[in-house]
Design a protein around this ligand. Structure first.
Ligand code: THU
Length: 132
């Protein structure tokens, strides 16, 4: 994906991260999905006092998109506070695999260094995916 296009998706994810509800971890995460018809859906992490009920930014974005009627994603941007690239957790990788192919591009960056994003694919992050 071209850098200008990637930066647009990363910036959408960074805006979503601002809405994170993360009073427990103080770790704000934002995700932005690009659909095959060029729409963008965003999500942020939403924590809960009952910690296990927390939902990650990536899954929030996927569920919003699916509820809106879009299910085919060609790229995903994931950003977070902190200074390390926020690789998606295993649960989110599996949920993404439901709606993305192994070639789906995953862009990852700390919010403070968006332009230094890392580019990988879902196939690389989750090889030998579980499928029914
Ligand atoms: N988190 C995400 O939003 N995405 C991930 O892939 C990993 C973790 C969130 C959940 C929780 O609110 C915070 O980061 C700390 O685990």
């Amino acid at each position: 994906m071209k850098k200008t296009e990637a930066m647009k998706l990363l910036r959408a994810a960074a805006l979503a991260a601002k809405n994170a509800h993360a009073p427990y971890s103080r770790f704000q995460v934002g995700a932005a999905l690009l659909t095959d018809d060029q729409r963008t859906f965003i999500g942020c992490n939403v924590e809960n006092a009952s910690y296990g009920l927390t939902i990650c930014a990536e899954r929030a974005a996927v569920f919003t998109a699916v509820a809106s009627g879009w299910k085919k994603f060609i790229a995903v941007a994931i950003v977070a506070s902190g200074d390390k690239p926020p690789y998606p957790c295993g649960a989110c990788r599996q949920v993404l695999a439901e709606f993305c192919g192994p070639e789906t591009e995953i862009l990852i960056a700390p919010i403070s260094k968006l332009a230094s994003y890392e580019e990988t694919t879902l196939g690389e992050l989750l090889p030998k995916t579980f499928k029914l």
